[in-house]
Design a protein around this ligand. Structure first.
Ligand SMILES: [Zn+2]
Length: 133
């Protein structure tokens, strides 16, 4: 685990298990993508325990003046019980959305397809079977 990634992740106070997966994913990102996310003081990651009636307020950091709210990646803590390759794909997919600012790679590109394509390119393909439930 790269010490700079670990110390960058620490303030987000993720669940230990999710943090170690996030660290692995971040270490695998292309340098320009990692720099885009880790160099953005308005970027934040958090996790929450989903449940019936649970609402969660995402802590969004203010972005630079005139650039709108900061980017946030929100993870469900129930991910902890999923297979590692699934957890890492979810994290990579969400980081891809953040990197693409929830847009596609080009005008008209589907943002979900774009996030999956980036995640796959970083070494985290969408698992063939999805362990929902
Ligand atoms: Zn998505």
């Amino acid at each position: 685990m790269a010490p700079d990634i670990d110390s960058w992740l620490r303030p987000f106070k993720l669940d230990e298990h999710l943090r170690s997966h996030a660290s692995e994913v971040l270490a695998s990102l292309p340098p320009h993508v990692r720099a885009d996310l880790m160099g953005d003081p308005a970027f934040t990651m958090c996790d929450y325990e989903p449940g019936p009636g649970v609402t969660y307020h995402v802590p969004v950091r203010l972005g630079a003046a005139g650039r709108g709210p900061g980017r946030a990646v929100v993870l469900k803590r129930t991910l902890r019980r999923r297979p590692p390759e699934f957890v890492r794909w979810v994290i990579a997919h969400e980081l891809a959305h953040a990197h693409l600012r929830n847009a596609g790679r080009w005008p008209g590109d589907d943002p979900e397809h774009a996030a999956d394509a980036l995640a796959a390119g970083w070494g985290f393909p969408k698992p063939a079977t999805m362990p929902w439930g």
